[in-house]
Design a protein around this ligand. Structure first.
Ligand code: GSH
Length: 228
């Protein structure tokens, strides 16, 4: 790594997934706060880094990179074992689930959090439909036999991505009681394991996520910036 990595982040935003990967890999990095209260993600300077106006961006020695899953996969190529080796059956399924997290679960959550970015007018029906779809997605994930990483002690790229999404689903999907992670014992056990990892404890402290950030999240209380 020739230049320091620089993560443009806001507390409890998608940058959290990248931060977890950086921490798991023990890679040094700097952070730059994106001030969401000022909509800094839509500022001219930020749009030069990510023309989509979305957090996160990771600046590498090659330039700024956006898209959470791509960044995590790129980091996994640099060092460590967040992804199985190329050519293995384990990698086939790890890639499958990374794309599912990025293309299915994450966009579904975005429709719940930002419905007005998807339709004009009354957004209640969209949020309700996306909420029901989220439940169905978690049913699929929980029942899968190609997800050994859900039951694994070890860190993985998928775990870095999923942990925060379970948190956001509970916190920002309509209050902490709109769904109960314990309805999926396997996902709940995953969340309990993931939130006790040293890397998660460090990142949770840095972003004020509380003691049970994935299994029983409370609103974040960050030392700087804001989640929304
Ligand atoms: N597909 C993008 C989505 C990122 C995303 O949704 N970021 C949110 C924060 S969690 C954001 O920037 N929201 C602000 C906005 O939509 O203006 C990725 O995976 O990086």
């Amino acid at each position: 790594m020739t230049a320091p990595l620089r993560l443009h982040y806001a507390p409890d935003n998608a940058s959290l997934c990248v931060r977890l990967a950086l921490a798991e890999l023990d890679l040094p990095y700097d952070t730059v706060l994106v001030d969401r209260a000022m909509r800094a993600q839509k500022s001219a300077n930020f749009l030069l880094l990510n023309p989509n106006g979305l957090i996160p961006v990771l600046e590498t020695q090659h330039g700024p990179m956006f898209e959470t899953a791509a960044i995590i996969l790129w980091l996994a190529e640099q060092q460590g074992d967040l992804m199985p080796a190329p050519g293995t059956p384990e990698r086939q399924y790890a890639l499958q689930w990374m794309m599912w997290l990025a293309n299915t679960l994450h966009p579904n959550l975005r429709m719940i959090f930002y419905p007005d970015q998807y339709i004009d007018g009354d957004t209640a029906a969209l949020r309700q439909k996306a909420g029901a779809r989220l439940i169905a997605h978690l049913d699929v994930l929980s029942a899968s036999e190609t997800t050994p990483w859900l039951d694994d002690e070890a860190a993985s790229a998928q775990a870095c991505y999923l942990g925060p999404m379970l948190r956001w689903a509970a916190l920002y999907g309509g209050g902490t009681t709109w769904f109960d992670l314990q309805q999926w014992p396997r996902l709940h056990a995953f969340a309990r394991r993931a939130e006790q990892r040293p890397a998660t404890l460090n990142v949770a402290a840095a972003e004020g996520l509380g003691p049970t950030p994935f299994s029983a999240p409370s609103p974040c209380d960050p030392p700087e910036g804001s989640a929304l």
